[in-house]
Design a binder for this molecule. Structure first.
Ligand code: FES
Length: 202
């Protein structure tokens, strides 16, 4: 499991925008009053979305106050789940799957390209501050391994050339076309469908 890196630079203040505060109240209302803490994941996710995709300590304390939870309990949740970023991430956040199916299909070559072009260490910004990368556990697209997620999109069936091309585009502030590098439709066989041929859109 990749450990969340905690930023050395921390903004002192955090509070939800009025729109997010409304969303937070709706989340809290889903649970009995004595179980407000159940909304902690939803509120941390809102905080991350509001703060350029990372959660500062001030947001962890703010969420703890809203939910009447000890700060350390919210901190435990935020540090446990790798989908919460505790240090700034780039405008383009590259998550490389390094679980077994992706690893045996070449994930190491992908992380090497990230190290060379984005930053030597995970969870650090590229020189132009546009990109950062991290290793993650299985993203559920093993059949199209190796793969990586960039922001909300999946890039699959990667090889070194394709990965390098994608990273170079990101560094130029361009977003590449997501999907399979082999132009597979979803997870269909590489040479096209072999079953359900008579079913349109299958
Ligand atoms: S192992 Fe990489 S997506 Fe599942």
């Amino acid at each position: 499991m990749t450990l969340n890196k905690i930023s050395k630079t921390q903004p002192e203040l955090f509070e939800f925008t009025s729109a997010n505060l409304l969303k937070a109240e709706k989340e809290i209302d889903k649970y009995p009053k004595s179980r407000k803490a159940s909304a902690v994941l939803a509120l941390l996710y809102l905080a991350q979305n509001q703060n350029n995709n990372w959660i500062p300590m001030s947001a962890i304390k703010y969420v703890a106050r809203l939910l009447n939870m000890p700060y350390i309990k919210v901190y435990e949740v935020a540090t446990f789940y790798s989908m919460f970023n505790l240090s700034p991430v780039g405008k383009y956040f590259v998550q490389v799957c390094t679980t077994t199916p992706c690893m045996i299909r070449g994930a190491k070559k992908i992380t090497d390209i990230c190290k060379k072009n984005i930053s030597q260490n995970q969870n650090e910004l590229s020189e132009n501050k546009l990109c950062s990368w991290t290793e993650v556990e299985c993203l559920g697209a093993c059949v199209n391994a190796p793969m990586m997620q960039i922001n909300q999109d999946y890039f699959e069936d990667l090889n070194e050339t394709k990965t390098d091309e994608i990273i170079q585009k990101l560094l130029k502030d361009e977003f590449p076309e997501p999907g399979s590098a082999k132009n597979r439709k979803n997870n269909a066989p590489e040479k096209g469908k072999t079953t359900l041929l008579e079913v349109k859109n299958a």
